[in-house]
Design a protein around this ligand. Sequence first.
Ligand SMILES: [Zn+2]
Length: 66
Amino acid sequence: MKQILNYNADTICIDCRHDLPVTNFHFDDNNAVKKVLYGHAKVENGTALFRFEKKGLTQQLIHRLK
Ligand SMILES: [Zn+2]
């Protein structure tokens, strides 16, 4: 949903913020980031704030950062 941003949401509106696919990987000691890196690099911890979704909000945000 696209809305006009209010004064305290200058980057993303509240509805979109609540729709972002937050991973909560920081609560999972055996998360997907650590699994992907396992055996390829010496890693103590790994995390990602959001899950990338093609055609989703995270893709739109990444493309707008470019
Ligand atoms: Zn929005």
